[in-house]
Design a protein around this ligand. Structure first.
Ligand SMILES: NC(=O)c1ccc[n+]([C@@H]2O[C@H](COP(=O)([O-])OP(=O)(O)OC[C@H]3O[C@@H](n4cnc5c(N)ncnc54)[C@H](O)[C@@H]3O)[C@@H](O)[C@H]2O)c1
Length: 251
């Protein structure tokens, strides 16, 4: 369990769901994980849990839409470690709305967190990632980057942009020893999907579309994040991995 031994990782939106599973798995593999979330109390509790199992962690309240929060946590990492080896842009949310009724405020909320947050972190952490010489960015895109269903146009647009941004940054950052990849989860059981998956009709339809016939767990995604962040993926950049039980391959 030392695939990330001595590495310094920052995970956004790590107070719950997929981000929490990634933070815990990375710490279990020997990384120092800076656990961040817009909800500072959940970030603190995840970090405390890691410390309680002899892992290495710190925490910070970071709203990825707030430039000052991002600047503050990067400055904290700079003083403590002098570098960043792994950045996981996981924070994300969804606001369902028919596109013709999508308000400017709703669009700003979706875009601000899902896309602008990834842009800000990936840009502003560059100097610290460059110091690493062997760094990895893992971005949370979605199966919805290349598919859709009703009322998800805003969300799908941001996820498509994250996949495109990841490929562009892979090219631009490669000379600095920074790999950039992305994950495309299908339906994972978290707070984000709880409402839909609690509806028996929706749940049954989704399971029927999934060849592996179950929903994903946050740790299914964390295992793929670990692969992309580790040296096992040393020659992989600009690539996306679907973690969807085969849903994307199914007609
Ligand atoms: N659950 C799924 O089925 C699924 C599928 C595909 C992609 N994803 C993506 O995975 C990521 C994690 O999703 P999840 O299912 O764990 O969701 P979740 O709602 O369980 O957790 C999201 C976390 O992000 C935090 N967050 C929200 N806004 C934030 C902000 N502005 N700044 C910092 N943190 C913020 C929340 O407090 C929460 O802890 C998201 O980017 C999501 O789009 C999830």
């Amino acid at each position: 369990m030392t695939r990330l031994h001595g590495r310094v990782a920052l995970v956004t939106g790590a107070g719950g769901g997929i981000g929490r599973a990634i933070a815990e798995r990375f710490a279990g593999e020997g990384a120092h994980v800076c656990v961040t979330d817009v909800d500072g109390s959940t970030a603190e509790s995840v970090a405390e849990g890691i410390l309680g199992t002899d892992g290495a962690a710190s925490w910070a309240k970071v709203d990825v839409t707030a430039a000052e929060d991002v600047a503050s946590v990067l400055s904290q990492l700079s003083s403590t470690h002098g570098r960043l080896d792994i950045l996981v842009n996981n924070a994300g949310l969804n606001v369902r709305a028919d596109f013709r009724h999508l308000t400017d405020e709703q669009w700003e909320t979706i875009r601000g967190t899902n896309l602008d947050g990834v842009v800000r972190l990936s840009r502003d952490a560059f100097d610290l990632l460059k110091v690493s010489g062997n760094a990895a960015i893992v971005n949370l895109s979605s199966i919805m980057a290349s598919r859709s269903t009703r009322q998800l146009a805003g969300y799908c647009t941001t996820k498509g942009a994250i996949s495109a941004l990841s490929r562009s940054l892979a090219v631009e950052y490669a000379p600095f020893g920074i790999r950039v990849n992305f994950l495309c989860p299908g339906f994972i059981e978290t707070a984000l999907t709880a409402r839909a998956l609690r509806n028996p009709m929706i749940a049954e339809a989704l399971i029927n579309q999934t060849p592996l016939r179950r929903f994903g767990t946050p740790d299914d995604v964390a295992r793929a994040a670990l692969f992309l962040a580790s040296d096992d993926a040393a020659f992989i950049t600009g690539e996306g991995i679907a973690i969807d039980g085969g849903m994307g391959a199914n007609l």
